[in-house]
Design a protein around this ligand. Structure first.
Ligand SMILES: Cc1cc2nc3c(=O)[nH]c(=O)nc-3n(C[C@H](O)[C@H](O)[C@H](O)COP(=O)(O)OP(=O)(O)OC[C@H]3O[C@@H](n4cnc5c(N)ncnc54)[C@H](O)[C@@H]3O)c2cc1C
Length: 399
């Protein structure tokens, strides 16, 4: 960094942070105005989380859904630090890293995402597995592998949460475990996917029925132990033996965020302006699951990759505008619909005037996500692998 060069630090390299960095580096900077762009993430890989389920069925490999940052950023001037952010000094404008280094910034983008809260139900933190990142998927994979090798006749899985993650996981696990699987999906509401379009809910309900996933609706989890889950239905407690408990409910920000002297909502999420600047802080932007996201009209928008991805365009543009003395733009959310995987070779998709399910939706979902993967090079490599894989499988089966 030269003496006069400004610095933008982006903390968190997920849908909000990585895509902001990539977009920023492509904007038309004048040579003497271009700031240094630093991206910091504790992981060495970006995770395309909507495809995380595919690891459990072996439909995809880690390299496809989680390319290393070093590879993604290879042909850019973005500087990547693989380090955990431990603190932010708002007054002195610097970030504290886990290795005790400190990095100063002129502009800061907070895109650290959220985590699954496990402390609300006794035992959940010790025995339930969240499903949010690669480590969670590997932990689940290891548990499944041990149970499958043990050759017991049933593998009993309880999935807490009848939202997208719970339903998608249930369908994929049902396909993986086949006849051995005894899967139950638990939700306190009276229906699954309460925020989804009717078409998707119906397709998901049908897929769950066909996969023989048991639905426990209007049911609360009271307690979790190593091999049991206690459920409350209409005031009656039932303790059921289980082999795996998966927890998919909720979004919570880390203490690092809640302790910052910034404005938070009651859930601890950062309150931002429509320009994505944190309230009262013109040099700090926040987007994605860490923020109380609203669009230009003040409407609450969901904590999804679709939102974080769209925000990243605005965030990059507004940073550029703030350096080049142009007006900042308010975030306008364009809902593009909803897609869900419902097992191997099955999905549902509703949005932009389209409704698809079954194999067609499965292919459409894959293609849409392929297009969303970061960098053209990664899209091409993954696309090529998808086209050639059936051929490779055919040849290796014949050998
Ligand atoms: C299994 C699953 C499936 C999903 N499916 C969909 C879907 O189909 N459609 C959809 O729209 N949304 C989906 N979502 C939601 C979507 O993934 C999130 O809303 C989106 O990732 C939020 O983006 P983000 O940038 O805020 O956070 P993330 O993408 O979570 O990125 C946060 C980044 O910050 C890093 N980080 C966190 N703390 C620190 C720290 N202290 N120091 C350094 N780095 C740190 C993390 O390593 C991570 O890379 C899914 C989520 C999951 C878990």
């Amino acid at each position: 960094m030269t003496n006069q060069q400004k610095r933008i630090c982006i903390i968190g390299g997920g849908f909000g942070g990585l895509y902001t960095a990539l977009r920023l580096s492509e904007l038309p900077w004048q040579q003497d105005q271009k700031p240094e762009i630093i991206l910091i993430d504790k992981s060495d890989r970006f995770l395309f989380s909507p495809l995380l389920y595919e690891l459990i069925t072996g439909e995809m490999q880690t390299w496809e859904i989680a390319p290393p940052f070093a590879e993604i950023l290879a042909n850019t001037d973005i500087v990547f630090y693989q380090e955990e952010v431990k603190g932010i000094d708002i007054n002195d404008k610097h970030i504290k890293l886990a290795d005790s280094r400190q990095l100063s910034y002129d502009k800061l983008v907070i895109a650290l995402g959220g985590k699954t809260p496990l402390t609300n139900v006794p035992g959940a933190i010790d025995y339930a597995i969240p499903f949010r990142n690669l480590q969670d998927a590997y932990r689940l994979e290891e548990k499944l592998r041990l149970l499958e090798e043990a050759e017991q006749d049933k593998i009993r899985v309880a999935i807490v949460g009848g939202g997208y993650s719970g339903v998608e996981l249930a369908c994929k696990l049902a396909d993986r475990l086949g006849e051995k699987g005894r899967i139950r999906l638990i939700d306190r509401g009276d229906k699954i996917l309460k925020d989804s379009p009717e078409f998707n809910r119906e397709a998901a309900t049908k897929a769950l029925e066909q996969s023989r996933v048991w639905l426990d609706l209007e049911t609360e989890v009271e307690q979790v132990e190593a091999d049991t889950i206690s459920l409350v239905y209409k005031g009656k407690v039932d303790t059921i033996p289980v082999d795996i408990i998966l927890w998919t409910v909720g979004n919570q920000v880390s203490e690092l965020i809640t302790q910052l002297p910034l404005e938070h909502n009651e859930e601890g999420l950062l309150i931002t302006q429509p320009t994505l600047q944190v309230n009262q802080q013109e040099d700090i932007y926040a987007l994605g699951d860490v923020a109380d996201n609203r669009d230009a009209t003040g409407q609450k928008v969901p904590a999804t990759a679709q939102v974080a991805f769209q925000q990243s365009d605005y965030c990059a543009w507004n940073l550029w505008a703030s350096f080049t003395h142009r007006p900042l733009l308010p975030f306008r959310y364009q809902p593009l619909g909803e897609m869900m995987t419902l097992g191997v070779d099955n999905a549902t998709l509703a949005g932009l005037g389209m409704k698809l399910d079954g194999s067609i939706a499965y292919i459409a979902r894959r293609l849409i996500y392929l297009y969303r993967l970061p960098t053209l090079k990664h899209q091409l490599t993954v696309g090529f692998s998808w086209i050639t894989q059936p051929l490779v499988n055919l040849i290796s089966n014949e050998d």
